[in-house]
Design a protein around this ligand. Structure first.
Ligand code: NAP
Length: 305
């Protein structure tokens, strides 16, 4: 691969930005990668481990002369970062973001983008429950989807470069409209996270099952909920505050389905339960066939510590 951007500035130096830096280096996609984060502590760690080539104290300094600027901060921080960097962006630069919600981020960022700067929102569908400057790894985006949300009339060359960058970092790029993105993600990511948070919260409240038992027997399903429920609280607070309508719509549907299942259990309607579980099993098969998960028993954890 050859260099796509001479200078890339990463605003925020956590899981996603760190992984981008390592993935860009792996494929030689950027001439120089610089970055900044809010706290002195994160900036110090990033310097210590050489996460990027140079760490700046402020976002305004970091974006100077950058050909690509990546906003990799929590969704709720996008507006203030965009306001800060707006006047310092290089004419002709591309600005993208990796926020998990799109309509709200576009509303927050677009007004601060000067004429001549190409703003192309994005969202890599890849992550872990870890966060911070030490959590990134170069393979995070391999064979994962990255959704780009190009606005109407976007510069074709700027879009092509951003696509090539994500492909070079291992991702499969798709394009989507922001509202549709927010609905799809409410189904596939946001509502499931809320359900996991709730389930772990419920277990925490149950006094008839001891904490010890919950931990000891958690392999039977609960463990996967606890992994998801360990995700970063700031990031997820911002996701729900900024994808309100779609998440509430899906949770409404979820509640209806839950009541229907509850009723089937109470009335002993085995056919309903069997058909329901057959349908969900087919959805799981589809995910595996699409290469987005493993069909190894217990997600390949059997035999591992
Ligand atoms: P993270 O590991 O917690 O990193 C967030 C970074 O943003 C930290 O370096 C933090 O600095 C910095 N930051 C926070 N507020 C800031 C501000 N006002 N100005 C400058 N820097 C600021 O989070 P992440 O997982 O990389 O998530 C970043 C973005 O990616 C979020 O928008 C999230 O929705 C999206 N995303 C996450 C995932 C996932 O699974 N984690 C997947 C796809 C997309 P400090 O360390 O100094 O606080």
């Amino acid at each position: 691969m050859s260099i796509i951007y001479d200078r890339v500035a990463l605003i925020g130096l956590g899981l996603i930005a760190g992984s981008m830096s390592l993935a860009m280096r792996r494929a030689g996609l950027a001439g120089r990668i610089v970055g900044t984060a809010r706290s002195a502590e994160t900036r110090a760690v990033a310097r210590e481990i050489g996460l990027v080539d140079e760490v700046f104290e402020t976002a305004a300094e970091a974006v100077k002369g950058a050909d690509l600027v990546v906003l990799a901060v929590p969704v709720g921080a996008m507006a203030s970062v965009a306001r800060e960097i707006g006047p310092h962006l290089k004419p002709g630069a591309t600005v993208t973001d990796v926020g998990s919600v799109k309509r709200a981020v576009i509303r927050a960022v677009a007004p601060h983008m000067p004429r001549g700067v190409h703003f192309i929102p994005g969202h890599p569908l890849a992550g872990t429950e870890h966060s911070g400057p030490r959590s990134g790894f170069a393979e995070l985006f391999d064979n994962r989807f990255c959704i780009l949300l190009p606005p109407e009339g976007v510069d074709a060359g700027a879009l092509a470069d951003l696509r090539t960058l994500w492909q070079g970092m291992g991702a499969n790029v798709e394009e989507m409209d922001p509202d549709h993105h927010d609905l799809v993600l409410a189904v596939t990511s946001h509502a499931p996270h809320l359900i996991a948070y709730t389930m772990v919260g419920v277990a925490d409240d149950l006094r008839r099952v001891t904490d010890k038992e919950v931990i000891k027997y958690s392999a039977a399903g609960f463990r996967d909920f606890t992994r998801i429920a360990a995700s970063d609280p700031t990031m997820w607070r911002d996701v729900f505050l900024n994808n309100k309508d779609a998440t509430l719509e899906i949770l409404g549907r979820f509640t209806e389905e839950l009541f229907a299942l509850q009723r089937a259990i109470r009335t002993g309607d085995g056919d309903y339960l069997f058909e329901y579980f057959t349908r969900t099993r087919n959805i799981r098969r589809g995910i595996i066939e699409a290469g987005q998960d493993t069909d190894a028993p217990d997600f390949g954890r059997i035999g591992k510590a």
